[in-house]
Design a protein. Structure first.
Ligand code: NAP
Length: 253
């Protein structure tokens, strides 16, 4: 790595949106670190994309502060500092609220809200070295509603509030923003959400006012912009294909 090269860490980089964000940042010239729990999947990502070069692989759980501290030590050893942190790792499962146990609720909040806090706080000294930027990956579920995923919606709503608080606390040295996707057609979403059914995918696309579902590249482009936008702090950028056309009256369209 050259001394002047910008560095980035992407959590949840072993598949889906995080994988593409990492590749996008590498193409933009960043030296990249990939973090997720499965080391084997991260190694697979690195070998799939030549542009990732010798990307640093960090196997860690965002909920475990000791594992994240170890990851920060490894990143400091390799890069010396961090310019961009993308808190992308996240997850949920479907369950009606009346059947969701308090522990199930806590698990979802731990991944989507506590995780980004633990990672941001742990990597803050490395971000402060040259003045860095954090991009949290939210969701329109945190703005709108999340029936059958109440903990997910609540955690993503909390992430927006945390974004603004940290932006206020850590600026001007470190900016903190949020990119909030709507429905994005990742390989996992295609299988799990739409059961690989072209009819279901087309129906979902029709709800978007731009007439299609999002791609991981749409999110990655917004993340790169947020990471560089030096007069943007504490903001949320929705990458959701515009308003849901089902909320528009027939007369209005
Ligand atoms: P995904 O395919 O399920 O991938 C999740 C990633 O996070 C994986 O790399 C996973 O790797 C990692 N991860 C999960 N739990 C972790 C933990 N405890 N510690 C460290 N890494 C962990 O998800 P995606 O669809 O790409 O979504 C990425 C982000 O975008 C999430 O924050 C999600 O909420 C948000 N989002 C997605 C959509 C969508 O339509 N796909 C829409 C709005 C927002 P390991 O299992 O190996 O740890």
């Amino acid at each position: 790595m050259q001394k002047t090269q910008q560095t980035a860490l992407v959590t949840g980089a072993s598949q889906g949106i995080g994988e593409v964000i990492a590749v996008h940042l590498a193409r933009a010239g960043f030296a990249v670190a990939l973090l997720a729990r499965s080391e084997a999947k991260l190694v697979g990502v690195r070998s799939r994309w030549p542009e990732l070069g010798d990307a640093l692989i960090l196997s860690a759980d965002v909920r475990q502060s000791d594992q994240i501290e170890r990851a920060a030590a490894l990143l400091e050893e390799r890069f010396g500092h961090l310019d961009v942190l993308v808190n992308n790792a996240g997850g949920s499962f479907q369950a009606p609220a009346r059947q969701l146990s308090p522990n199930g609720f806590l698990q979802v909040v731990a991944i989507n809200l506590v995780g980004p806090f633990v990672v941001s706080r742990t990597f803050l000294p490395l971000l402060e070295k040259r003045g860095g930027s954090i991009v949290n990956i939210g969701s329109t579920a945190g703005r709108d509603m999340a029936p059958n995923m109440v903990a997910y919606g609540a955690s993503k709503a909390g992430l927006v509030n945390m974004t603004r608080s940290l932006a206020a606390e850590w600026g001007p040295t470190v900016r903190v923003n949020c990119v909030a996707p709507g429905p994005i057609l990742t390989p996992a979403a295609r299988q799990v959400l739409y059961e690989d059914d072209p009819g279901r995918i087309a129906a979902a696309a029709e709800t978007r006012s731009v007439g299609r579902l999002g791609t991981p590249e749409d999110v990655a482009e917004a993340v790169l912009w947020m990471a560089r936008a030096s007069y943007v702090n504490g903001s949320v950028l929705y990458v959701d294909g515009g308003p849901d056309v089902r909320s528009v009256t027939q007369a209005g369209r």
